[in-house]
Design a protein around this ligand. Structure first.
Ligand code: FAD
Length: 317
């Protein structure tokens, strides 16, 4: 049996605004650049097309993964026997919706969102400095820095439920916290962000502060950002830096083939070359978790979304 056989009825779908590509190389679609192929890659340009895709994958019982910018996603196997789908350029709308509100489509890149808000005379999103990815991915994981996450600024979100219904979600109608958001359970189509009037000098000061804080994070080599969430210290009951904990057990710089714990920041695992495989990262993740558990009594929770393999943590539709 051909590995694409179960996807044939899906590939035969003919819906405007839905592009379906079999055997798609997704390596360059993630910031980690892990070599992998998806059975089917779909680009969706319209909510009706999205609904058709969701209903079809459900009917065929094939797993589907929603990919934003791929900056917090690790494909763990060389072949993903499912559908990877992304929202296309029609979801890249950016608008000044009046007052202090910016409207952004789910596929808008975070640096563009921040830049556009300044162009509109608004600020508040300076903490997004040096955070790559899209509005949809950042709302799903409440991406942020310091005390701020993107969900803090949401006024309203338009989502599609997994059953294919479009619904507005107002501020206060969804829960979120540190690198967690209930929006992860649906598909964000667009969001309105409530900001404050721009004070350019203050905005530049905040940006610099965030850049300075991130001095040790590697940006010139493929990674997925932080692998683990910062854990609670069992003694002090306060959040401690996962990078610091990994560093303290002597793992900084340790590697398996080209998969390595970054020298500068031990919560960043980097892909140093073409020879690394998803399995190498999984082994590194398991090793770090075991050692941190043994030596510090801390259970590290994944921040990165692992797709496929034994540590799969991704929400599959
Ligand atoms: C160098 C580097 C530095 C980073 N620094 C930070 C940092 O300081 N702070 C931080 O929080 N993160 C950081 N990250 C991680 C990453 O940038 C963020 O998690 C970002 O929000 C991921 O967005 P994305 O679109 O790439 O998400 P993806 O990796 O594509 O997806 C992440 C999750 O969001 C879901 N998703 C994607 N789009 C949607 C949508 N439209 N609706 C619902 N769910 C969706 C996916 O299914 C998946 O579960 C860093 C990453 C890198 C590579």
């Amino acid at each position: 049996m051909d590995r694409l056989d179960r996807f044939r009825p899906l590939l035969e779908l003919n819906v405007p605004g839905l592009q379906l590509i079999p055997n798609f190389d997704i390596t360059m679609r993630t910031s980690m650049k892990m070599r992998s192929t998806a059975a089917v890659f779909a680009v969706v340009e319209h909510p009706i097309a999205l609904r058709a895709l969701l209903l079809a994958t459900r009917q065929l019982e094939v797993p589907a993964y929603l990919l934003g910018g791929g900056c917090n996603t690790l494909f763990a196997t060389s072949f993903f026997e499912g559908v990877v789908f992304a929202l296309g350029r029609n979801f890249k709308e950016l608008d000044h919706a009046g007052g202090n509100v910016i409207r952004a489509g789910a596929s808008v890149k975070l640096p563009s969102l921040k830049r556009f808000s300044h162009e509109c005379g608004l600020m508040g999103l300076e903490f997004l400095e040096r955070i790559p990815g899209t509005v949809g991915g950042a709302l799903a994981g409440n991406a942020g820095a310091g005390n701020w996450g993107l969900c803090d600024f949401v006024q309203r979100v338009i989502v599609m439920t997994r059953e294919g219904f479009v619904a507005p979600i107002e501020r206060g109608q969804f829960r979120y916290g540190y690198r967690h958001s209930e929006l992860r359970d649906c598909i964000v189509l667009m969001a309105d962000f409530q900001l404050e009037p721009l004070d350019l000098e203050e905005a530049r000061r905040r940006e610099k502060e965030y850049i300075d804080r991130k001095g040790t994070q590697p940006y010139d080599i493929p990674s997925s950002g932080c692998i683990f969430k910062n854990p609670l210290d069992p003694q002090s009951k306060k959040l401690v830096s996962a990078g610091k904990v990994i560093d303290e057990i002597g793992m900084k710089g340790y590697g398996i083939r080209s998969a390595r714990i970054a020298n500068g920041h031990a919560n960043f695992f980097v892909n140093e070359g073409r020879t690394s495989r998803g399995e190498d990262f999984l082994a590194l993740i398991s090793l770090v978790r075991d050692l941190v558990h043994q030596r510090r009594g801390i259970d590290l929770e994944l921040e990165v979304n692992i797709v496929g393999g034994p540590l799969n943590s991704a929400v599959l539709v």
